[in-house]
Ligand binder design. Structure first.
Ligand code: WTA
Length: 710
């Protein structure tokens, strides 16, 4: 009986996202400039009608027809085995052919990629479509012969932002080999886990790269990765090492005989070699991209060849307004989905020029991005709110000093504050460019919520209406639809399949169904797609005009500088430290990075908090995940606030870290601990000058509901 009461009170404590009414100030619309409308790819409103629900799924033929198919498909969408949707069934194509070969006919000498090294005295390199074709073919031949890879195998990359990364991706795609690029900033251990999960036998890496003025020794991580993969039962046969400077090895790590090879040396045997692109079924996996979720290990999101490529080509054309003669710069890392879809596959499928930059935006000074834009004549610019906030903070007047002109700018990865949006518009865009805010996810392949730049006016802070052919619905916790325009928040779902959606989680079909469909599926025996809404894991509000405002994750994922970090992964890393008994990760509001991570740890009996506990926890997180997950603070506490059934109350510590109301704590097993922790943490934060500004209503709600998905 006592237990039941306890459970009820715990349930009552939970705040359902949908109960929150969000009263943000509606921003004014801004219209796109006439000059932009005049040249836009989508300027006829008929396109919206063409993608209306009555034309679903055939409307997506429009996107697929942007590609060259070896065999045309016979069925646009096969929904016979929900929720494993198949797009363009019967169709065959090759992604490398579509991104490279077919442009040789029209524009062999156009730059496909322009690569800007971080050191400003090094030469920028333009790689024409012809040159890209040569490099992709040679590396594909090498992978085939020397790597022994076959169609359907997986190959893991742990590559920084050098042209060798897209070359490697397109070489795999040419062979029908599934690539799995791990963000270069992730640790060797994190890479090793992904190698093991995907059962890759080849790791492609690089000796070093520049970051913030430093030549980073990257090859060292390959040895850690191979070791971790081995511990997890996966043997890596070969490590292929590209060199930042061909012929010169910049890493201090020894090469392992019989395992490690310099790619530039091997390539000598493949000069001029050509490899026929393998014609792949539309549903064949093109790549895996690992991402964090609420529980367990990162999931390998599996993206298809035909559906994915169609979707990124279509959205690049209509939303980013990419024309073949534009110079497009997406300032993201190809190690994330944004780079896959909107540096490599989308722009190259359209035959445009895609700019890549090796390093950090503020190196050697905050004028760098604008010098690059001026010098290369960039006219489409794509970045994340965290970068915009940082550039505004350190160089608010820099853009005006440079003579560049953007017609179009994108933002992605986190909600953008209207104030930051206005700086982006007025200062970076000089009032001349449209802004397209794009809401989407690793899982979704491409944009889900965003405006057509010539047709939908901009509204700062809203990502815009749903993308073409995307029909969202917002549900409350009980599966009841939240009335659009009511200003009430709920869990945003997409009612229909779309071509860019992940096909599954690599090797874990049940987890796929569980994570994205179980919550709102109406009937698990149903063969009708209408019964299978996709659960995005974000809170959202739909305004009366149909514009969506994304509020952030409803699960325990912390979005640091636009990158998803799972609390469970952070906590598992922290408890690898000997003396740590329990760990909890919470988000703190951060003016530049959006959110930062704070860790709370309690120690095993018999251990006293040594000075080095904090640094050990930080080190463990850097080793297991990578520097990007480095917590802002680690607090060693005597005990965690817990419910009587032993659950850590993350919302309570999140409240302490953010100086917000911790809510009712009387039902905790150890309510007295809350004041102790608060006193310790907040007085320390006051000393460090870390008292946050006043939080917005949405931020307050986020902190209050943190940890509820447990
Ligand atoms: C968040 C990045 C608000 C959201 C492409 C989503 C956004 C998660 C936006 C996915 C946006 C992404 N406005 N929030 N424009 N874009 N998000 O998988 O919470 O790294 O679920 O994909 O970032 O992050 P991911």
């Amino acid at each position: 009986m006592a237990l039941q009461e306890e459970e009820i009170s715990e349930q009552e404590e939970e705040i359902s996202e949908s109960q929150i009414a969000v009263h943000w100030r509606e921003e004014e619309y801004l219209q796109p400039p006439a000059k932009f409308i005049g040249q836009a790819n989508a300027s006829d409103p008929a396109i919206i009608e063409r993608f209306s629900e009555k034309n679903f799924p055939e409307c997506f033929k429009d996107y697929a027809d942007l590609l060259t198919w070896d065999h045309y498909w016979h069925t646009t969408l096969d929904t016979s085995n929900p929720p494993f949707w198949k797009w363009f069934v019967g169709g065959k194509l090759n992604a490398s052919y579509n991104c490279v070969d077919r442009h040789l006919e029209t524009s062999p000498n156009k730059a496909a990629l322009i690569w800007v090294p971080e050191p400003e005295d090094e030469d920028t390199k333009a790689i024409t479509y012809r040159e890209l074709h040569r490099r992709v073919n040679e590396f594909a031949a090498l992978l085939q012969d020397c790597g022994g890879v076959k169609t359907g195998d997986r190959v893991t990359f742990h590559l920084p932002m050098l042209p060798e990364l897209p070359v490697s991706m397109l070489a795999c795609a040419r062979l029908g080999v599934v690539h799995s690029q791990v963000f270069g900033g992730f640790s060797g251990a994190a890479c090793g886990e992904r190698i093991a999960d995907s059962q890759s036998r080849i790791l492609v890496t690089m000796d070093g790269y520049y970051r913030n003025g430093e030549l980073v020794d990257h090859k060292a991580k390959a040895d850690e990765a191979v070791e971790r993969a081995r511990q997890e039962g996966a043997e890596v046969d070969k490590v292929l090492v590209w060199r930042r400077y061909p012929g010169r090895y910049v890493s201090k790590t020894p090469m392992v005989d019989g395992r490690d090879y310099f790619v530039d040396e091997l390539l000598a045997d493949y000069k001029g070699r050509q490899v026929e692109p393998v014609s792949m079924p539309a549903e064949a996996p093109l790549f895996l991209m690992y991402t964090s979720g609420t529980t367990g290990r990162p999931k390998g999101c599996q993206h298809s060849t035909g559906g994915y490529l169609s979707y990124v080509a279509g959205t690049s054309k209509y939303y980013q307004d990419i024309h073949p003669d534009d110079t497009y710069w997406c300032f993201a890392d190809i190690g994330w989905i944004t780079g896959h879809s909107y540096i490599v596959y989308g722009p190259l499928a359209l035959g445009t020029t895609s700019v890549m930059y090796e390093g950090v935006p503020t190196h050697p000074d905050p004028g760098r991005p604008w010098r690059i834009a001026e010098r290369l004549g960039v006219n489409i610019f794509h970045t994340a709110p965290t970068t915009i906030r940082m550039l505004r903070k350190v160089g608010p007047d820099e853009p005006a000093k440079y003579d560049y002109h953007f017609k179009h700018m994108t933002t992605v990865g986190e909600p953008i504050e209207p104030d930051v949006w206005r700086w982006y518009h007025q200062v970076v865009g000089k009032g001349e460019a449209v802004i397209v805010d794009t809401w989407w996810q690793t899982e979704t392949g491409g944009f889900l919520g965003t405006g057509l730049p010539a047709l939908n006016p901009m509204k700062p802070g809203s990502c815009g209406p749903p993308a073409l052919g995307i029909y969202p619905v917002i549900y409350d916790e009980d599966g009841k639809e939240v009335e659009p325009g009511s200003g009430r928040a709920g869990n945003i779902c997409i009612r229909n399949p779309w071509p860019g959606i992940l096909e599954g989680i690599w090797g874990q079909p049940e987890r796929f169904v569980q994570t994205y469909y179980a919550k709102y599926c109406r009937d698990e025996n149903s063969k009708d797609w209408h019964d299978w809404p996709y659960f995005a894991g974000d809170g959202a509000v739909e305004a009366a005009d149909g514009y969506l405002r994304i509020l952030g994750r409803v699960d325990d994922v912390i979005n640091v500088a636009g990158h998803r970090l799972g609390t469970k992964e952070l906590e598992s890393a922290a408890i690898t430290v000997d003396e740590v008994a329990e760990a909890a990760a919470v988000p703190v509001i951060d003016d530049v990075r959006g959110r930062a991570v704070e860790m709370y740890v309690s120690l095993k009996p018999g251990f006293a908090a040594g000075k080095d506990t904090e640094s050990k926890v930080i080190k463990a997180i850097e080793t297991e995940i990578g520097k990007i997950a480095r917590p802002k603070n680690v607090w060693v506490v005597p005990d965690m606030p817990k419910t009587r059934s032993g659950k850590i109350m993350r919302r309570v510590i999140a409240g302490i870290s953010n100086f917000t109301d911790v809510g009712d704590v009387t039902t905790l097993a150890n309510p007295e601990i809350v004041d102790d922790i608060r006193h310790h943490v907040q007085s320390e934060k006051q000393k460090r000058g870390e008292v946050p500004r006043e939080l917005s209503r949405e931020e307050l709600e986020e902190i209050k509901s943190f940890g509820k998905s447990e």
